[in-house]
Ligand binder design. Sequence first.
Ligand SMILES: *[C@@H]1O[C@H](CO)[C@@H](O)[C@H](O)[C@H]1NC(C)=O
Ligand SMILES: *[C@@H]1O[C@H](CO)[C@@H](O)[C@H](O)[C@H]1NC(C)=O
Length: 467
Amino acid sequence: MHIYEHQQKKELGESDKVRQLTMEGLHTKPSFFLFSLFFLASAALSGANVAELDDHWQKKAEEAFARSRAAYHPDPEGVTNHFNQAVHLALAQARNSTRRGLKAVRADKFRQGQCVASNPIDRCWRCQKDWIKDRKKLASCGKGFGRNAVGGRDGDFYVVTDPSDNDLVNPKYGTLRWGVIQDRPLWIIFARDMIIRLSEELIINSNKTIDARGANVHIAFGAQISIQFVQNVIIHGLHIHDIKPGNGGMIRDSLRHYGFRTKSDGDGISIYGSSDIWIDHCSMRNCADGLIDAIEASTAITISNCHFARHNDVLLFGASDSNERDSIMQVTVAFNHFGKGLVQRMPRCRWGFFHVVNNDYTHWMMYAIGGSQHPTIISQGNRFLAPPMRFAKEITKRDYATEDVWKHWTWRSEGDLMQNGAFFRESGAPAKNNFDKKDFIKAKPGTWVKRLTRYAGPLGCRAGRAC
Ligand SMILES: *[C@@H]1O[C@H](CO)[C@@H](O)[C@H](O)[C@H]1NC(C)=O
Ligand SMILES: *[C@@H]1O[C@H](CO)[C@@H](O)[C@H](O)[C@H]1NC(C)=O
C-alpha cells in the first residue's frame, strides 16, 4: 500500500553509525541549545525500549517534551478546585434528578432502570440513551489534569473487527494495531466482544480514542499498551489483565516509521514522555509489571472510574529519583476502586503534583500512597479501609528520606474517611502560598465515595439504553 512507502527501515547494527552522524552534526553546530536538546532526547530514549537512537524517535522525544511542558499547569490547585466543584454540582444535580426519577417511577410503575450518574465525569454522558450515536460526547467529559484529552474526536470512526495481531510491521486492516498506528485522529470502536492477545507492545500514536463501550473487550495474555512520546489519547472501557513482558523486535509505531524495539516490561499501560492522557472505566489486574506507569516527563493525565485488583505495584508516577524533568508531572486519580489483592503503590509518586480524590481503597497489603523526591500529594475525600495487619495501617510511605527532609513535602489529607485504624501521616505546609483559602473548594467527603465509585470498571453499555 502506498501509505507505507516512506518507511525508514534501518538495518540492525546501523545504530552506531546513526549516533556518529548525529554527533558530527553537533560538532559542526556547537550550539548549547541543540546540544541540550540532544542530551534530553538521548536521556529520555535510554529505557524507552527503542533499540536505535534514530532521528525519528529523537525528534519525537523532543517534540513530546515540549508538549509536556506546554501541558503543565502553573496553578495545579486551580485544577483541583475546579474538579471538586464539579463533584459538588454533579451530586446536587443527581439528587434533583433522583427526585424527579422517583416521581416518574410512581407515575409509571413499569418504568425501570432509572440512570442516576452521581460523579461529574459520568454525569456528562452516561445517562444518554443514544450514547451510541453520540460517542464523541465523551471527549468533552474529562476532568482533572487530563481534561484536555479529546482523543480522536476530530477524526473518523474505525471499527476493530479482527482480534488477531500477527503482523507488527504491516498490520492488517480491521485489527486494533492498524487503528492505533495511523497518523490522523481516529475514534476506535469494536464490532463485537473480543480478546486481543498482543504479540508485542501496542504502540499508540497521537490523537486516538479507544472506546470499548458496547462490547466486552479484553487486552490480555500478551504484551502491553505503550503510549510513548505522543499526545492526546483516551482509553475507555477496556479489560486489561495478565499482561506479559514482550520480547521486542520490529514494530511499527506510525505510518512513516517502524524500528527495532527491545523488551517491554509487561505493564498494563505504559505512559512514557506523553501528555493529555485520560484512562476511564477500565478494569486492570494481574500484570507482570505495573498496572499503569506514567514516567519520563509525562503529564496532564487523569485516571478515573477504573477498577484495580490482584496486583503488587499498582500505579507508578515517576520512575527515577534523579529525573528532575518529572517535576512537570500532574496527575488526577479519581473515582477508582482499589480492590482485592492489591499490595502497594496506589500510587507511588515522584517530583510532581498528584490529586488523589474520591477513590475507594478497600484493600492494600503494605501501604496505599507512597513516594520519594518531594512530590505534592493532595488526598481528598477518599475512603481508606485498612487491612487487618497491625503493621499496615499507615496509608502513606516515604522512601529515601529522613523525617527532617520529608517533613517539608506537601502530603495532605482532607475529608478522607479512615476505617479500621487507617491513618495518613501528613507533612509539609497545608497549602502552597498561592493556595488561597477562600478559593479552596473542599472535596466531597469520603463518606460519599461508595456512591461516586459505584460504576468503576467497564460499563455494560447496550444500544438504545443508558449505560
Ligand atoms: C435542583 O432543583 C432546584 C429546584 O428545582 C433548583 O433550584 C436547583 O438549582 C437544582 N440544583 C441543581 C444543581 O441542578
Ligand atoms: C494531533 O492533533 C493536533 C490537533 O489537531 C495536531 O496539531 C497534531 O499535529 C496531531 N498530532 C499528530 C501526531 O498527528
